[in-house]
Design a binder for this molecule. Structure first.
Ligand code: ADP
Length: 358
């Protein structure tokens, strides 16, 4: 392609230059002849010297045109080759980079010079390579994380099943129940992973409409009130009925349920959990506060990362997937909001959602 594009461009440039030269040369010769013959017709009685002058003039004209023609063609060839190379080089470089990218080499980049359309095309190609590189890294770490998360519980389940099979362990209802719980946890993790993948896909969209915040809080609380009662943790809320936001109802409830489930998990018996929502200038500020174990300062910057668990000593089988807060953050981001946590007595989660009143 390199040679073909370069040669084609050179032919186009040189051909154009030659055509222009030919046309101008022919017109100069024809015009000169026409004017000299007109002059000779009018002065028919002029002597021999005049026809000599005509002959020399014509000779000089033809010679200078031949030299000019030859010089111009050499110049047109040199300039044509140079320009064709200049134009084709970035395109050829881009083609090579695209070929390397398609063969899996995603760290290659086009070198960009100038600010013209070709430079913009090169920059777009580099941006595409950057995006693909990031996606590939994400895919690799995600696969490693998932494999790591599944390996331990699956190995445990396998060893338990083998012990039952070999008769080393009696399959008592408690033991079977603990296996069942582990399978439930793994199923939950797969469902959360699916949800997270869906949220990260370009097809993900919120179904937004104007909603009363307090009714979403009440619905979220309703889903967990039995669990709170069972653990004897007090759950309360404070939200004015006139706070309305444009949001995806189910997703806001999902956010609240995730935060309330975490608060319940990390708050001891007789503890308290409260939700409060207040209007701010252009936003609604929601806090979910508990009197639980709190989050260590060094964990705070990481709790929204995928599979991050604060309490390292906590067994995976009793803890969650480490995906809950990642999902919560994705949903808050999708609403154009902000979420952060702070350590105070227990833990406080703050969510700021833009009001966007209808
Ligand atoms: P998990 O399923 O492990 O709870 P999350 O993504 O929901 O995963 O939370 C990540 C980590 O953040 C938890 O492992 C825990 O250490 C910490 N965390 C979340 N909510 C609370 C809370 N209310 N109180 C104390 N720690 C919390």
């Amino acid at each position: 392609m390199n040679k073909r594009l370069h040669v084609r461009l050179a032919f186009i440039i040189i051909g154009t230059a030659v055509c222009i030269l030919l046309i101008s040369t022919i017109s100069v010769i024809l015009a000169t002849h026409y004017h000299i013959s007109m002059f000779l017709d009018q002065a028919a009685d002029m002597n021999h010297a005049m026809s000599q002058l005509d002959h020399h003039l014509e000779q000089a004209l033809v010679q200078s045109i031949i030299w000019m023609f030859a010089g111009s063609i050499i110049l047109a060839i040199l300039i044509g080759i140079f320009v064709a190379k200049r134009i084709s080089k970035p395109l050829v470089d881009m083609k090579q980079v695209a070929e390397q990218m398609s063969s899996g080499q995603l760290d290659v980049r086009v070198s960009i010079g100038g600010t013209d359309e070709l430079a913009e095309l090169g920059a777009s190609l580099n941006e595409l390579a950057e995006q693909l590189h990031r996606q590939e890294q994400l895919r690799i770490t995600m696969t490693e994380d998932i494999a790591h998360e599944l390996r331990t519980p699956l190995a445990t389940l396998k060893s338990h099943m083998r012990a039952f099979e070999d008769g080393i362990w009696e399959p008592t209802p408690e033991r079977l129940h603990s296996c069942y719980e582990e399978i439930e946890r793994l199923t939950g993790m797969v469902a959360e992973l699916e949800d997270l993948t869906h949220m990260e896909s370009p097809a993900f969209q919120l179904v937004r409409q104007e909603e009363q915040l307090v009714s979403m809080i009440e619905q979220g609380i309703g889903l967990l009130s039995a669990a709170y009662l069972e653990k004897q943790v007090e759950l309360s809320y404070k939200c004015s009925p006139d706070i309305r936001i444009i949001a995806d109802r189910n997703r806001i409830i999902q956010i609240l349920v995730n935060l309330l489930a975490n608060a319940l998990k990390y708050t001891p018996v007789n503890g308290r959990v409260s939700i409060e929502a207040v209007k701010e200038h252009n936003a609604v500020h929601i806090t979910v506060q508990d009197t639980g174990s709190g989050i260590d300062e060094e964990d705070l910057p990481h709790i929204f990362n995928r599979f991050y668990r604060g309490d390292k000593s906590r067994n995976r089988s009793t803890g969650g997937s480490g995906l809950g807060l990642t999902i919560v953050k994705k949903l808050v981001d999708a609403h154009g909001g902000r979420i952060w946590a702070e350590r105070r007595q227990g833990t406080v989660f703050h969510i700021q959602l833009p009001k966007q009143e209808a």
